[in-house]
Write a protein that binds this ligand. Structure first.
Ligand code: CP
Length: 303
């Protein structure tokens, strides 16, 4: 097993399935009050360059439930101290590092210099913790991922990139439905085209791209760090809003997913996010359990 959790592409199908099964077990243990303090006495550093509700809360709550202790370090890496030096200090004191950074290279550098596991809690390139929790959520609602048709509507951003990585491990069909020029990282598309277990495609036509979908997923049009592009993007992405009309092109029982926070009235309407088809808070709930599984698996792996 890979010593760090930086990208879903670092893990095999079997390893990801094991992580998802462990997440289910930890969820059941939490629900039924079974003691699962598997990381008793351990300490986890939480390095966050960007704001967070779900990721910070679920890691801190999960770390406590596992019997460990979290220390929050909100600072911009590289300004006061380099990523390498932060990692070389932390590794002397703590048993794992959870990091949310702007540059993906920052978590890679930390992983290189730390001798404890490093977990990617979101970078500009990838958000693997979110997509692992999403996979757990889809297994609960649809029994698995195999054969699903998933339409990711919006920017080809870090969320789409992690979904594309997941598509190289499980056989589902993933379509990025986006305006021309917003397909995102070419390397991610090339990797997915070569390795997809089902298919990964791009459509610039919203109605066509979501036709017959089992799942419509979306995310904000301007990610953290792209705030100055917000008004330009609002115009380009307007035809890609997930509203009742777009949902009607998917399967009648299609699920709506969003990593949150949502900008209601922009990428999704209130009507859709509040509908019975929406499972956004189930996804948020599973962040807790999926991340506990990641920490247990990585930290036990290191002994
Ligand atoms: N989805 C997600 O990562 O939420 P936060 O940015 O609030 O952590």
């Amino acid at each position: 097993m890979h010593p760090n959790f930086l990208s879903l592409a670092d893990f095999s199908t079997e390893e990801l399935s094991d992580l998802l099964n462990l997440a289910d077990l930890l969820k059941e243990q939490q629900r039924t009050g079974v003691d699962h303090r598997e990381l008793k006495g351990k300490v986890v550093a939480m390095v966050f360059e960007k704001p967070s509700l779900r990721t910070r809360m679920t890691f801190e709550a999960g770390i406590f439930q596992l019997g460990a202790h979290a220390i929050f370090y909100p600072d911009k890496l590289g300004a006061r101290e380099s990523e390498a030096d932060v990692a070389r200090n932390l590794t002397r004191w703590v048993d794992a590092i959870v990091a949310r950074t702007f540059r993906h290279e920052s978590v890679e550098i930390m992983a290189e210099y730390a001798s404890v596991p490093v977990v990617n809690a979101l970078t500009d390139r990838l958000h693997p913790c979110q997509v692992l929790a999403d996979a757990q959520t889809l297994r609960e609602h649809r029994g698995g991922l195999d054969g699903l048709k998933i339409a990711f509507v919006g920017d080809g951003n870090n969320m789409f990139a992690s979904w594309a990585n997941l598509a190289t491990r499980f056989p589902f069909d993933l379509t990025l439905v986006c305006p021309e020029g917003y397909e995102g990282d070419e390397a991610i598309h090339a990797f997915a085209a070569k390795e997809a277990k089902g298919s990964v495609s791009v459509s610039n036509d919203p109605a066509e791209g979501v036709r017959g979908a089992d799942v419509i997923y979306t995310d904000v049009w301007a990610s953290m760090g792209q705030e100055d592009e917000k008004s330009a993007r609002a115009l380009v992405f307007a035809p890609y809003q997930v509203n009742a009309e777009l949902m009607s092109k998917a399967k009648s029982d299609a699920l709506f997913m969003h990593c949150l926070p949502a900008h209601r009235g922009e990428e999704v309407t209130d009507e859709v996010i509040e509908s019975d088809q929406s499972i956004v808070f189930d996804e948020a709930e599973n962040r807790l359990h999926a991340q506990k599984a990641i920490l247990v698996a990585l930290m036990k792996n290191r002994g």
